[in-house]
Design a protein around this ligand. Structure first.
Ligand code: NAP
Length: 355
């Protein structure tokens, strides 16, 4: 396959740096352009970035000039990944799409737009058809695809096998979210060390809605019929570095004969993209542990290159029907890695072309 030339918007942030790290080794995508704010523009990447990845900053990337996030500066790329702050993503991503440059975004701004796919390739690959309804350019060359919030990804991946086999009536969860989820510099050390903060501004509303779009069905009018069950979330920040752990309780529509039947549904679930050979796709997208002490953020967030969803503690619930925990790496599976997998699917399905 010919290489694709890619740009990264928001390249200096926590998610942007993860993009740099993942794309540096990518077999299809080559980093050509980096963009960030006025503060970083017109400097070499090494001067503008406060590198927080635990591998050295690659020298060839370090020497790239950081641009303002303006489409004219990104003309030679085939598409861009966006790790932009949500306060600026609406206008910048729209400008790129209108200039005929596809945007694969992590920001929340377009996630709930009726014509924008909110995509997890293993969960709803057919939702990419929504792209055909976008009107950023007359020739459909510019469009936006988003990936979900970093809690919604593990939540929806964990719910999917259960939803498909038993249906869902209601879901209640508490998230224990790592500090890297707040970006850089994120939460003050004085606030988080030895502490738990029982609220994350703006987070719970996303958790209540995004899984319903993800589990929705695309209809004949090329729009999504959302799944219909209530989700109640309590989002908390805890002093882990990477990996969001969720404690979930669910009420099912159809009762399994016993908890073993639920375990079988999860273990037998087949990823619809397993045969596509996408480089970032994990070998085992969902791992269900029997050991009650697993999964743990420090031990399991990076399994399968940070792309695996880990589940454990699956048991009968005394309040609803089942309870379990789920874990995923928030800046890999929950952000940059998820977006790279989205791009790979879009290449495979013919939506992305290289020049
Ligand atoms: P971050 O560390 O704060 O990085 C924000 C990036 O946006 C920086 O590169 C920053 O550039 C750039 N930016 C800010 N203002 C700009 C402007 N006016 N013009 C152009 N660029 C500008 O945030 P993050 O954690 O990486 O998150 C990035 C996005 O991904 C957010 O929308 C976030 O909600 C989403 N997300 C994050 C996670 C996670 O786990 N962290 C997970 C899923 C989704 P400068 O350095 O030049 O200011």
């Amino acid at each position: 396959m010919n290489q694709f030339n890619v740009g990264i918007l928001g390249a200096t942030g926590a998610v942007g740096q993860k993009f740099v790290r993942l794309l540096k080794e990518h077999p299809w995508f080559t980093i050509r352009k980096l963009g960030a704010s006025e503060r970083s523009a017109d400097q070499k990447y090494w001067e503008a970035v406060n590198w927080i990845e635990d591998v050295p900053l690659p020298q060839d990337i370090a020497d790239i000039d950081v641009n303002r996030c303006e489409p004219d500066a990104f003309e030679e790329v085939d598409f861009v990944f966006s790790g932009l702050d949500s306060s600026v993503a609406s206008e910048i991503e729209q400008n790129f799409a209108q200039s005929g440059i596809p945007v694969i975004s992590n920001a929340k701004n377009y996630r709930m737009d009726d014509t924008v796919p909110l995509l997890i390739p293993e969960i709803n690959p057919d939702h990419i058809n929504l792209i055909r309804s976008q009107t950023f350019t007359e020739d459909h060359s510019g469009w936006i695809v988003t990936n979900p919030n970093c809690v919604c990804i593990p939540l929806t991946m964990a719910l999917k096998p259960v939803y498909d086999q038993f249906g869902l009536e209601a879901v209640n969860l508490t998230s224990l979210q790592a500090v890297s989820g707040a970006g850089y510099p994120g939460v003050s050390s004085m606030d988080i060390l030895g502490n738990v903060i029982p609220f994350i501004n703006g987070e719970e509303g996303k958790i209540h809605l995004e899984p319903l779009k993800l589990l929705g069905k695309i209809n004949e009018a090329n729009s999504i019929d959302y799944a219909k069950f209530p989700i109640q979330a309590t989002a908390t920040r805890v002093p882990t570095i990477n990996g969001h752990l969720l404690s979930i309780t669910a009420k099912l529509s159809d009762m399994p004969s016993d908890i073993q039947e639920v375990k079988q549904a999860i273990r037998n679930w087949q990823s619809p993209i397993a045969e596509l050979g996408l480089p970032t796709a994990p070998a085992n997208p969902i791992k269900l542990f029997e050991n009650d002490y697993y999964p743990q953020p420090r031990l399991h967030a990076t399994t399968d290159n940070g792309m695996q969803l880990s589940m454990g503690r699956l048991r009968n619930s005394r309040v609803f029907d089942i309870s379990f925990v789920a874990l995923a790496h928030n800046t890999i599976r929950g952000a940059a890695g998820g977006a790279v997998l989205n791009a790979e699917l879009l290449v495979k399905k013919g939506y992305l072309n290289n020049t």
